[in-house]
Ligand binder design. Structure first.
Ligand code: GDP
Length: 626
């Protein structure tokens, strides 16, 4: 059964429209580029570091700046995309990974400023401040050890707490996974896991589509479907009956929109799919970011009806268009495989021309977002009529041209490839929600394991509180588990920690290799359409995995030429639309994040302001942390 996550449903940004950014010119150009009989499609190369797919014309990665065709990835060759006086930010990351204590030079003004504002982790001042703080924590923990020393496990975990709060953790390179973590055993026969997010413009039919698939696959019972149909009819919203399998909230049903991210499970021939149904409405884009940050692949639902598709693309002077924003965001959040479900084909009499038109328009647009053509498939469907979802079309008009080479939507999902998982790295789980469940106990968290593995009895540190607890229960889709590995979406019941320290946006991690609580970091960003130029001191909302924190863009370090990867201007006065830049950001409170190169899932950031997405990017360096 689908379970409704409480995933950051408190976000309700007032959303000014920024879809005036739809650039008709770009759009027309790129569309025509792929039209039959015109120039061949621009080939794409994948960055060896961040795997971002770049157009061939780019000499360096648009996302992280790695120079194309360098003999080896940047960390091996030492080649740098920047022409700074000192080491590049990437070198700085590398230096950190390799334990180098060399100070970063380059933009000395910025560094001096940032040191003054917040001492770097290397500075002695910071060390003494930290140890004072840690001392305070230890005193509190000592007291709690006396008070709550009920079981051996708890005592042990509290002792561990005392130890782990007094150090910053071991260097990542010293981490050696235990044999059981890597061991897959009989799992080889099991289906691979895929986290799938469903995105698209509001009313494109996402919930109906997924509700219908779940129903067809027996994941929503007849009884429940009957109840939903009855209740939907009573509210005069009969057409939403399938959507209600996923939209369970009162407000969602009343407004007919998805607000939170629903989680459901189903299987294809080769995959166990964890389905995340993300909100399409413009007010709930942050919730969609939260859902997409857990995903391995995405279904982009577009509305084939006349005007419906265009509304989603924000074309023709229309105000909104989440098809465009969602596609950009999911790609920026690391999703590289996309199934485009061209829905509501019944409304256009299953017209092949309309399907081809949508495909022709979307192909160059998605390529522009960074999707490789070979990683995108298009499937015409009608969610409401159940056409081409799990079985081949039955409508004659549809069957007349759709020979089914690409198969049904379920076939397309089955062809998705689960990504490589970071099992050999220390454990990290970004907390998506605080779980309230009798079976898991009072302190429980839900989310996707980003890296490493845990089992019952493993110790984990809860960040940012730094409390250490013991894993008492593991559940997936309500079923008990013994172990959870990178890629698994799990609920974890902990013993030895206060329930209050588990917060969405926090991270559970290996106690010896804790995630840093960053107070200032450097980002490589791509700006989207900006209503106003971004100036140093700009107030933004920083989104990273499930965390959301107000912050300040403290420094515009350099403007970068996306094609060459070189810094074209240091300390620019401002940033405008569609620019690639290196900036420094300081969240108001520390965020549990990491450099993208070390932990991808914790290193992607979206900057928003007043409901608009300003920029997407990756963390290239953590400048200071608590
Ligand atoms: P969401 O906002 O993307 O989740 O969209 P919903 O699933 O809530 O659907 C929005 C509206 O579109 C509802 O009235 C649905 O009944 C309707 N709808 C969904 N799929 C189809 C379809 O394939 N054909 C038609 N004609 N209507 C559909």
């Amino acid at each position: 059964m689908p379970r409704k996550g409480s995933r950051q449903s408190y976000y309700d940004d007032s959303y000014d429209d920024y879809y005036d950014d739809y650039e008709e010119e770009d759009y027309a150009d790129s569309s025509s580029a792929s039209a039959p009989g015109t120039a061949p499609q621009q080939p794409i190369w994948a960055c060896p570091i961040c795997t971002y797919d770049n157009l061939e014309e780019h000499q360096s990665c648009e996302m992280c700046g790695v120079v194309r065709d360098s003999p080896a990835p940047i960390h091996a060759s030492g080649s740098v995309p920047f022409k700074f006086d000192g080491p590049s930010p990437d070198d700085a990351i590398l230096g950190a990974v390799q334990g180098s204590k060399k100070p970063v030079q380059g933009n000395s003004h910025a560094r001096a400023k940032s040191k003054a504002a917040a001492p770097t982790s290397d500075s002695p001042g910071n060390q003494s401040k930290l140890s004072d703080k840690e001392h305070g924590v230890s005193e509190k923990l000592k007291k709690s050890l006396v008070l709550d020393g009920d079981s051996e496990d708890v005592k042990e975990s509290s002792k561990q707490r005392l130890q782990s709060t007094s150090n910053k953790g071991l260097p990542l390179e010293s981490y050696k996974p235990e044999p059981w973590m890597m061991h897959q055993g009989s799992k080889t026969a099991e289906k691979s896991l895929l986290n799938l997010v469903v995105v698209g413009h509001v009313d494109a039919g996402k919930s109906t589509l997924m509700g219908r698939i779940l129903h067809s696959l027996g994941r929503v019972s007849q009884k429940e479907m009957h109840k939903n149909t009855k209740e939907a009819n009573e509210m005069g919203k009969g057409s939403f009956a399938y959507a209600w399998a996923l939209d369970e909230g009162v407000e969602e049903r009343a407004r007919g929109v998805t607000i939170t991210v629903a989680v459901a499970h189903f299987e294809t021939a080769k995959l166990r799919v964890v389905l995340l149904d993300a909100p399409g409405h413009k007010d709930f884009v942050p919730n969609m970011i939260s859902g997409a940050s857990q995903a391995d692949a995405a279904v982009l639902v577009v509305d084939a009806a006349e005007g419906g598709f265009e509304a989603g693309m924000g074309a023709e002077g229309r105000e909104s268009g989440q098809t465009r924003e969602h596609a950009q965001l999911v790609r920026s959040l690391g999703v590289s495989q996309l199934v485009v479900a061209v829905n509501k084909m019944d409304e256009v009499q299953y017209s092949q021309e309309r399907f081809e038109e949508i495909k022709r328009i979307l192909t160059p647009f998605l390529r522009h977002c960074g999707f490789r053509d070979s990683s995108v498939s298009y499937v015409p469907v009608s969610a409401i009529a159940g056409e081409n979802l799990v079985s081949t079309p039955s409508d004659d008009l549809f069957r007349a041209w759709y020979t089914g080479k690409d198969g049904t939507l379920l076939d397309a999902l089955n062809r998705l490839e689960p990504p490589e998982r970071d099992i050999a790295k220390p454990f990290r789980l970004a907390v998506a929600e605080v779980v309230r469940s009798r079976s898991l106990g009072s302190a429980a968290a839900g989310g996707k394991v980003e890296s490493g593995a845990i089992k019952i009895g493993s110790k984990v540190m809860v960040m940012p509180s730094r409390e250490v607890g013991v894993v008492k229960n593991l559940e997936q889709d309500g079923k008990a588990l013994q172990t959870a590995r990178a890629g698994d979406g799990v609920d974890i019941g902990l013993q030895g920690v206060d329930a209050g320290v588990i917060v969405p946006g926090g991270v559970l991690c290996h106690p010896d290799y804790p995630v840093p609580i960053a107070t200032r970091f450097e980002l490589r960003i791509l700006t989207l359409k900006l209503a106003f130029p971004m100036l140093p001191g700009a107030q933004v909302v920083v989104h990273a995995h499930h965390a959301k924190e107000p912050g300040t863009v403290t420094n515009l370090t350099a403007l970068i030429d996306a094609k060459t990867g070189q810094a074209v201007k240091r300390s620019p006065r401002c940033l405008t639309s569609n620019q690639s830049a290196l900036v420094e950001v300081a969240p108001e409170r520390g965020l549990c994040v990491q450099e993208y190169i070390k932990f991808r899932g914790l290193g992607r950031v979206v900057l928003r302001s007043e409901g608009r997405t300003l920029a997407v990017g990756i963390i290239t360096r953590i400048i200071s942390y608590q």
